[in-house]
Design a protein around this ligand. Structure first.
Ligand code: G3H
Ligand code: 13P
Ligand code: ZN
Length: 322
């Protein structure tokens, strides 16, 4: 079985009112945790690699880890995607190297330059059977090679999306409607508190999403920076020597709402990092005498599987859609 593109996947997700999880992969345990969960729940899944992942693990290892997952789970539909491709050369090397989908992140360029670089990637990608995600608007937080402060973050301008999609030919569009990268998406001052004293972040700008989908009917939209910053994992980390004060993510009900609308791909990295770290910290606290990586990475991998399964089933709604 070959890797697939997102084309059919997004069409079904749009029509079915659900979204596909796009999970960042950096090592074997992460690939295993994600794909074991997806296989158990009969869900398609996107495995995405950032420039940082390619630098850490090496492109070949990542491609072959994903190929191994395909052999183990031949029933799965898997997409191998480049996350935040910084330029044409990076996208080209992933297209040439077996990826089925790439993101060209030209969001920090001017509108015209973003169109130019995105169009160039689309022409090369489509000639090789690969799909392309573009980005309009800027999320706050740290993306590979791009550090955007909250003050510089810009919501996507609906009046730009039609021209961008028409001129570039992109297959999907990442938009900025209030999500951001990392585990500290909002300051406590930006939040309100619910009756239990828990911080509640401001709502995503669903008005912008709705406007965009009116202008681009049936067009797949992507949400970056969409980790919920799972409070249970933050608690475990902090209870076992970690220091993650005021970590706040996107509430699950808002992601669920986005998935029922035009959002077909939801990006998650920080929640996987938290799950892995929670598993390892908890293990070492209970077993300080142990030093076998297989021992402390097993519960960490189990937490990855647990959180991915929860998102697929309870938040994105992509279970039983294969
Ligand atoms: O959007 C950014 C992703 O979380 C990737 O992070 O560049 O540290 O691999 P990374
Ligand atoms: P999080 O930091 O919210 O997990 O976002 C990940 C992401 O957008 C990867 O491109
Ligand atoms: Zn991102």
């Amino acid at each position: 079985m070959a890797l697939v593109t997102t084309k059919e996947m997004f069409k079904k997700a749009y029509e079915g009112g659900y979204a596909i999880g796009a999970f960042n992969v950096n090592n074997m345990e992460i690939v295993q945790g994600i794909t074991d969960a997806a296989a158990e729940l009969k869900s398609p899944v996107i495995l995405q690699c950032s420039a940082g992942a390619r630098k850490y693990a090496n492109h070949q290892y990542l491609v072959h880890l994903v190929k191994a997952a395909m052999e183990v789970h031949p029933e799965l539909d898997l997409v191998l995607h480049l996350d935040h491709g910084a330029d044409f050369e990076t996208c080209k090397s992933c297209i040439d190297g077996g990826f089925t989908s790439v993101m060209i992140d030209g969001s920090h360029h001017s509108f015209e330059d973003n169109i130019a670089v995105t169009k160039k990637v689309v022409e090369y990608a489509h000639a090789h059977g690969v799909v392309v995600e573009g980005e309009l608007g800027q999320l706050a937080g740290v993306e590979d090679d791009v550090n955007v402060s909250a003050a510089d973050a810009k919501y996507t301008r609906p009046e730009e999306v039609q021209e961008f999609v028409e001129k570039t030919g992109v297959d999907s569009l990442a938009i900025a409607i209030g999500t951001s990268h990392g585990a500290f998406k909002f300051t406590p001052a930006q939040c309100t508190r619910n009756e239990n004293g828990v911080l509640v972040p401001p709502e995503l700008r669903f008005d912008i999403l709705d406007k965009i989908s009116e202008i681009l009917p049936q067009f797949p939209i992507v949400l970056h920076g969409a980790s919920s910053v799972v409070p249970e994992y933050v608690k475990i980390i902090n209870a076992h020597g970690g220091k993650l004060a005021d970590a706040i993510g996107i509430p699950e009900d808002q992601l669920r709402k986005a998935a029922t609308k035009a959002v077909c791909k939801i990006n998650v990295d920080s929640d996987l990092r938290l799950a892995l770290t929670a598993g390892i910290r908890e293990y070492f606290d209970a077993n300080p005498q142990h030093f076998d990586p297989r021992q402390y990475l097993s519960p960490a991998r189990a937490y990855i599987k647990e959180i991915v399964a929860h998102k697929i089933k309870d938040v994105f709604g992509s279970d039983n859609t294969l």
